[in-house]
Design a protein around this ligand. Structure first.
Ligand code: NAD
Length: 392
């Protein structure tokens, strides 16, 4: 049975523990989280998931001393992205197989440093681009591989977050560039990666243009917190039970989590909530990605135009259609039962465990993570400068 350690016992760390233990017959031997007061939350969530025998540490050195890389199969970095570089450096120094959550880091300097270390690293490093592991996007890739529609001429992708989901990004650490590298990097580096992955047989991205801003709840309405606010019908009113880190009447808060129960009107959030990115590829075609974090219809959809056909689909509905203009054929494909991220979460962990056994290169690498973050940073720069920004 493969054994793992996890750094970061928040929403994602606990979710992956459940996948490892309850779906993949692996053992999580230890979780390290720097936030001591959060230990009861981790214990309670593990208990709810019927996971036993996990040691909880608050000091990474103590965990690595007890579980060196020759005693476990790998380590998961499940901390917020502004901490990824330091945790990654520490784990690579000790030669672990590493699962690194996306986005890989929050600044250009940090992603390049991670890229430099990864270049000469002999163990597995897999990045958490779960969408690459979803049957929905894999079906698209397999249709493209059939190579019967010609070159891709344009890609259109949309992501919509519901009001409840979107307002989460105006609270907790997600609300600030300092902790995320911006909304595009934090939430949508997935999507920019997906666009590049879809296009990878044809061309590479060379630059971006983007527009975006904070569009809703911009000005203060004179309230500080939801619990004291008289407007009980406010659509941005917080429901703490929606937090992944909610347990037994409380939400786990670390020092960066400011904003829980906060009125979001004119609050400290400095990220965009609506953004459009146009990516130019070196075959002189382009793709467009659009995100809005306050919508009545959530989910992702995609439309890929080819010289001789079209592929389109809706991730949440699980519908895909392929049209072949030359043969006058239309093929429909339906995927049912996909969970979060289009069914990619279990698969991304499963393939990490397989890469370790076979010491093979993962489908999502540091290079992919680096490119997606770089595209995100260039997009944000383009918003500021109002010009096309080359990917250098
Ligand atoms: N691949 C995906 O689809 C996906 C989805 C959600 C989140 N994420 C990413 O996963 C990561 C974790 O997100 P989350 O939602 O679990 O966040 P979270 O805030 O719920 O959990 C993070 C945990 O890390 C702990 N932590 C902070 N700094 C630490 C450090 N230096 N050492 C050890 N522990 C530390 C915090 O106390 C917290 O418990 C983020 O990078 C996020 O962007 C990826």
């Amino acid at each position: 049975m493969q054994k793992f350690i996890i750094v970061g016992g928040g929403a994602r760390g606990i979710f992956f523990s459940e996948i490892l233990e309850n779906e993949l017959n692996c053992k999580v031997v230890a979780i390290m989280d720097s936030f001591v007061e959060g230990n009861p939350f981790i214990e309670a969530r593990l208990k709810d998931a019927k996971i036993e025998g996990v040691e909880i540490f608050n000091d990474i050195e103590l965990m690595l001393e007890k579980y060196p890389s020759d005693k476990v199969d790998g380590a998961f970095i499940m901390t917020p992205e502004w901490t990824h570089l330091s945790v990654f450096k520490r784990l690579t120094q000790s030669n672990y197989n590493i699962f690194l959550e996306k986005p890989i880091a929050t600044t250009k300097e940090a992603i390049l440093e991670i890229g430099e270390i990864a270049k000469n690293y002999s163990k597995v490093i897999q990045v958490g681009f779960v969408m690459r592991y979803s049957p929905f996007y894999r079906k698209i890739k397999s249709w493209i591989a059939e190579n019967d529609l010609g070159r891709i001429t344009q890609i259109q992708m949309n992501e919509r977050l519901t009001v409840v989901h979107g307002t989460k990004f105006k609270r907790s650490w997600h609300r600030m560039k300092e902790y995320t590298g911006g909304f595009m990097n934090e939430k949508c580096s997935h999507d920019l990666d997906m666009m590049c992955w879809i296009k990878s047989n044809d061309a590479k991205p060379i630059g971006v243009m983007s527009m975006g801003s904070r569009t809703f709840a911009r000005e203060s309405v004179g309230q500080v917190s939801c619990s004291t606010c008289p407007d009980k019908k406010c659509i941005y009113r917080e429901d703490i039970t929606q937090y992944a880190k909610y347990h037994d009447g409380k939400v786990l808060l670390d020092k960066t989590a400011g904003g829980v129960n906060e009125c979001i009107y004119g609050n400290t959030s400095d990220i965009n909530d609506s953004q459009t990115v146009m990516v130019l590829f070196d075959d002189n075609t382009h793709g467009i990605f659009n995100v809005i974090s306050m919508s009545g219809k959530d989910g992702r959809d995609i439309m890929i135009h080819f010289e001789y056909g079209l592929i389109f689909g809706d991730l949440e509905e699980g519908n895909l259609t392929k049209m072949d203009y030359r043969r006058n054929q239309t093929e429909k494909y339906y995927i049912s039962g996909m969970n979060f991220h289009g069914g990619g979460d279990t698969q991304v962990v499963k393939e990490f465990t397989e890469c370790i056994i076979n010491q093979t290169k993962p489908v999502a690498s540091v290079e992919d993570g680096l490119r997606a973050s770089l595209l995100s940073f260039c997009a944000d720069e383009s918003i500021e400068t109002k010009v096309f920004v080359e990917l250098t």
